[in-house]
Design a protein around this ligand. Structure first.
Ligand SMILES: Nc1ncnc2c1ncn2[C@@H]1O[C@H](COP(=O)(O)OP(=O)(O)OP(=O)(O)O)[C@@H](O)[C@H]1O
Ligand SMILES: CCCCCCCCCCCCC/C=C/[C@@H](O)[C@H](CO)NC(=O)CCCCC
Ligand SMILES: [Ca+2]
Length: 568
């Protein structure tokens, strides 16, 4: 918790009936009730979780970081009522002292349960108009001096994501907050798939904006990053198709207003899927870097991924669920159960380049949280490495034998570049994965019984370790490749020709008839909820390539906070 620092302003103001000592520094707004003041109606601002619980009565002293003030509003008096400067009316309270005529309202972020944020407000009154004006202008000056806050945003809304509520969510819950905070917006409601991606790639006048807002799910977010990353590379003269090129980071931040089916990128970077919370993170100008994987096939660019790249189980769930979009988010539960029962395994070779010199492993108890030191340390390491070795890491390491290879039969091959936490699995596919450490967690689920696979899946929803099973292995990597068995080599192909062609024919016929026992030879890759057209892929992590309007999941409040500025 920040200390107040040098005071810019200090006055005695009233909050409803009580006198408060109110002070403003560059970092904090504090209002502390004067003990001598008689209290007719004890007023407690609507704190869901009081910021400080050291004192028995949280109504006595409050502090709000200036960085979490949303806006300040003057209340103007007229005919016994006060008119807000947004035009609405508010009745003056009878009990207020006759001399308390001038007022202003501060809107600020308040923390609620489960990482949710809400907009709270407190109205200060005082007898002197000049004092009131001074307070308003001082707070506005402090807000204006914060250069990380966006002023102009480009908003894309997918009206068909999730439960098709994107437009309503934006108009009712988000747009009014942006207006309050003085943010101007340019809104595009998409008319077809890839509309947002292509607009960002070719048309959008990005110089006019301080950020992009995505209203939709993970698929919509994927469109946005494809447009933005592509555009950034072209503007910087980088070939986005080359697997060996170091990509240029995107300067515009992206805000996610969750309105999809899984929304795991929002959940894993904010801690909740709540449009108001996301809007407030955008308003206060938060910044959270994010790793991005590039996926290539035979040196041809396929896609970017920030959350899950999954072959086998999650690829099959996605392929099956795409045909059931009409079911909405429930399609994943239906297809998940179906694919669990189908129990297909796939053969192939996985090669990977382990991440060296980093802190943290996929099995440790540390979690990526706001201000994560592991992301800071490993992120720094990445930028030093890329300066030192330029772009030739791949061939360098391959010749020095750092690549490792595993051949086998797998129920699932998953790469989680972040935890992939979502409401279905609050700790995620890889609970210890990091948002911005420049690595991805490669999880290999070898062929096992249905019962064992169920144990593994169920552990995603409990506190038991889903990796503590003999048929699971997990590695923290910078690059990996996958080659399905039947693509391996000409000699393999010849050997397997007869068996393979038989399987492929049957796989066509039997894809929807698992009971006949003919498993398909290939699955497909689930790349952040989009199906990839190729099975053999080469994946490389680009550390901190993009930035979100988020701050990572905050630790739960510390109740005994000795740095409570009210106690000073
Ligand atoms: N106007 C549109 N019409 C049809 N499809 C669209 C439109 N705009 C975007 N899309 C596509 O809709 C797909 C799904 O969108 P979105 O990710 O928002 O929802 P979802 O799939 O339900 O959620 P999640 O990705 O979180 O599981 C995306 O792949 C996106 O490309
Ligand atoms: C039988 C009991 C089973 C319990 C299993 C719970 C395990 C849930 C893990 C969920 C992991 C989600 C990973 C996120 C992937 C997203 O990029 C993607 C796009 O939104 N969503 C899916 O592919 C949707 C994937 C949905 C899978 C069910
Ligand atoms: Ca990562």
């Amino acid at each position: 918790m920040e200390r107040p620092g040098r005071l810019l302003l200090q006055s005695e103001l009233r909050v409803r009936n009580a006198a408060y000592d109110v002070s403003l520094s560059r970092s904090l707004l504090i209002w502390k009730r004067r003990t001598s003041s008689p209290v007719y109606h004890p007023f407690r601002p609507r704190f869901c979780v009081p910021l400080f619980r050291r004192r028995p009565d949280p109504g006595v002293c409050h502090s709000v970081p200036v960085s979490e003030i949303i806006s300040v509003r003057e209340e103007e008096e007229e005919n016994g009522s006060r008119q807000r400067d947004d035009g609405s009316w508010k009745k003056i309270r009878e009990r207020e002292g006759k001399d308390c005529r001038q007022a202003f309202t501060v809107l600020y972020v308040e923390r609620c349960r489960q990482h949710r944020w809400r907009c709270a407000e407190v109205t200060f009154t005082c007898s002197d108009e000049a004092v009131c004006q001074h307070w308003v202008s001082s707070i506005r000056e402090q807000l204006a001096s914060n250069t990380s806050r966006p002023k102009h945003l480009l908003v894309y809304i997918n009206p068909y994501g999730g439960k098709r509520q994107g437009k309503r969510i934006y108009e009712q819950k988000v747009a009014p907050l942006f207006t309050q905070a003085g943010i101007s917006t340019s809104v595009i409601v998409t008319e077809y798939a890839n509309h947002a991606r292509d607009h960002l790639k070719m048309e959008a006048e990005l110089k006019k904006f301080d950020g992009v807002v995505c209203v939709g799910g993970d698929g919509m977010f994927s469109e946005i990053i494809h447009g933005l990353i592509w555009r950034t590379q072209i503007d910087c003269g980088v070939d986005p198709n080359s697997p060996e090129e170091a990509l240029s980071p995107c300067s515009l931040r992206i805000g996610i207003i969750p309105a999809g089916s899984t929304d795991c990128i929002c959940f894993a970077s904010v801690g909740t899927n709540d449009p108001v919370t996301s809007a407030l993170h955008i308003i206060v100008g938060d910044s959270q870097p994010l790793d991005v994987c590039s996926v290539h096939h035979n040196n041809m660019f396929l896609r970017y991924s920030v959350s899950l790249l999954g072959y086998g189980f999650y690829g099959d769930v996605l392929s099956d669920s795409e045909r059931k979009r009409w079911m909405g988010p429930a399609r994943y539960d239906f297809s998940g159960l179906k694919m669990f029962l189908t129990h297909h395994y796939y053969e192939g070779t996985v090669s990977y380049l382990p991440a060296k010199g980093i802190i943290g492993t996929p099995r440790d108890a540390t979690r990526c949280r706001s201000g994560c030191v592991i992301c800071q340390h490993n992120g720094q390491l990445n930028s030093e490495r890329s300066e030192k070795y330029e772009m030739d890491e791949a061939s360098d390491s391959e010749s020095s034998g750092e690549w490792r290879t595993i051949r086998g039969k797998f129920l699932a091959i998953n790469a989680a570049s972040m935890s992939c936490a979502c409401p279905r699995s609050p700790k995620g596919l890889s609970p210890a994965a990091h948002l911005a450490d420049g690595t991805t967690d490669l999880i290999l689920v070898r062929k096992c019984s249905r019962f064992n696979f169920l144990r593994h899946l169920l552990r995603h929803t409990s506190k038991d370790d889903q990796f503590d099973l003999t048929f699971i292995e997990v590695h923290r990597v910078r690059r990996f490749r996958f080659m399905p068995r039947h693509c391996q080599s000409d000699s393999d192909l010849e050997l397997d020709l007869h068996e393979n062609s038989k399987r492929q024919i049957f796989s066509q016929i039997c894809k929807d008839h698992p009971a006949c026992g003919c498993a398909p030879a290939y699955s497909s890759w689930n790349c952040d909820g989009e199906i990839l057209t190729h099975t053999g892929i080469d994946v490389r992590v680009h550390g901190q390539l993009i930035k979100l309007f988020a701050r990572g999941i905050e630790e739960l409040p510390v109740f005994e906070d000795l740095s409570n500025p009210c106690a000073i």
